[in-house]
Design a protein around this ligand. Structure first.
Ligand code: PDD
Length: 285
């Protein structure tokens, strides 16, 4: 039985209960993070916590908690190892359902763990490439805030699955934004292109790492507007997220990307990732 964290307590998942008046449930009035832990150690934990604070500030939710000890303890109680931690903070429960809220509400804090594969000890040949569809981005205009209210995201993933694809890439005003739960990269003649950071995309922690590694190894990258033609003409396309790492896309809307196989620059980036994680893990132990 997995142990979850709820408002200061560590409990078996079946015993954790929240109010039906919780604003996270009624309005999606909440933010979240998904943080991988490898061998019990948080991977880029401080980057995730910085983004969490940013999202909380944007919604003016003020839980006033020290996150690291809470998450480390949760991971320890779930046996350590390779886990993805889901952390959600809602504005809390009022006495009745009403759109307005007051600033004194006590936030609800929930966290749970799911076992994950250690993607970075796998070889490049073990990574399953992805098929994607391209569809309209119907989300609000604060996608930089990692909030719940993920209805547009789940609907496009369902649409992708119905078309035998794994993920949906979204476009707004003719420009590529991101995937339902990942950032996106388009590779053309050895250059990594990615949509500009701003309120239309989430500032992904894995996206940041890809840029950092590219800088360290003098691989050119640029933030640019990417239209459908540029996407379809790419030599390689990648997606990135904390739980998936950097993954090659080999098919878009039923047609192959490049030669339809994992690309050479992806293999380079994947190797850099593995090395980075190994150094980080050895440094922390
Ligand atoms: N998703 N864009 C969106 C819309 C996301 O939901 C995510 C992460 C990312 C990548 O961010 P990061 O590299 O920091 O994980 C980009 C998580 C994993 C999720 O919702 O499960």
């Amino acid at each position: 039985m997995s142990i979850v964290y709820l408002n200061g307590e560590y409990l078996p998942a079946t015993e954790a209960k929240i109010s039906v008046f919780d604003r996270g449930f009624l309005f999606g009035d909440s933010v979240y993070e998904v943080i991988p832990f490898y061998q019990g150690i948080g991977f880029r934990l401080s980057e995730h916590l910085t983004r969490l604070e940013y999202s909380l500030r944007a919604l003016q939710i003020k839980p006033h908690l020290q996150w690291e000890p809470i998450l480390n303890e949760l991971v320890r109680r779930n046996g350590g190892g390779n886990l993805s931690v889901y952390l959600q903070v809602t504005r809390g429960a009022a006495e009745k359902r009403t759109h307005s809220y007051d600033d004194t509400m006590q936030p609800t804090v929930f966290a749970c763990c799911t076992p994950i594969k250690d993607i970075y000890t796998a070889g490049a040949d073990d990574v399953a490439p992805m098929k994607v569809i391209v569809t309209a981005d119907l989300r609000w205009h604060r996608c930089d805030v990692k909030c719940n209210g993920l209805l547009p995201n789940i609907l496009v993933v369902h649409q992708a699955n119905a078309q035998n694809a794994d993920e949906a890439l979204m476009m707004r005003d003719g420009k590529l934004t991101e995937g339902a739960s990942c950032n996106v990269f388009v590779i053309q003649q050895g250059v990594i292109y990615t949509p500009k950071r701003g309120s239309e995309i989430l500032g992904g922690t894995t996206r940041e790492l890809i840029m950092q590694l590219a800088d360290e190894h003098t691989i050119p990258w640029q933030e640019v507007d990417i239209d459908y033609e540029m996407l379809k003409a790419a030599d390689e396309v990648w997606i990135s997220s904390s739980t998936r790492g950097v993954v090659p896309v080999i098919e878009i809307d039923g047609e192959p990307v490049g030669d339809g196989d994992k690309g050479p620059l992806w293999r380079t980036m994947f190797e850099l990732f593995i090395r980075y994680q190994q150094q980080l893990m050895t440094g922390k132990q």
